[in-house]
Design a protein around this ligand. Sequence first.
Ligand code: PGA
Length: 232
Amino acid sequence: TVADLKGLKQGQLRLAVITTAKYFVPRLLGPFCQLYPGIEISLQVTNHERILERMVNNMDDLYIMSQVPESLDVSYEPFLDNPLVMFAPVNHPLAKEKNIPIGRLTNEPFIMREPGSGTRRAVQQLFDEHGVKVKVKLELGSNEAIKQAIAGGLGISVLSLHTLMPDSSEFSILDVEHFPIKRTWFLGYPAGKQLSIVARTYYEYLLEAAKKFVEETGFSAYSKSEDVPTSF
Ligand code: PGA
């Protein structure tokens, strides 16, 4: 029977995903485990630099990241947009303004992710391109902690739109020129690596689930700043 066939899919699945993917991947594991109860999963959630280290040391079956490493040969497939947007407290003075010049940010206390973070690198690159120097008031190693600091009125920061839920009413997304920074989540593994049946099964499952998510939410359509919703 089909159930017997599914039972054949047994073993371990080791995933390592970028911090922002924790707002997407764990939710999908429930239905996946129901389909394949014989599979045991370990999930590491960490920043860009650590994911790279794990990949170099071949510590996991599959990886999710937002930037394909240049220094490694990787097989990968993009599966969902991961726009980086400017978060501010809900009642921030700039919240109602349109097309805020990026230079205006120099006056805003800014909260920055830790060195090794891909978000930090993307933000720094954009600011450097436009000669913007922000006042970094606080450096924090977690998207969740940054959200709490923003809600507490400490400053503004750039975060993945995926981190917005479930407390979107506490935040506004500022309409700053050159934002959102466009990024995409990739599912990948070191090129040439032979994937296990379990990993291959998960790979296909995740791509399918992402397709459904896009159909249901229209998420990928939010590419221009005018389209960025305050909630979704
Ligand atoms: P980071 O990456 O946690 O290294 O900032 C987030 C992302 O690339 O989505």
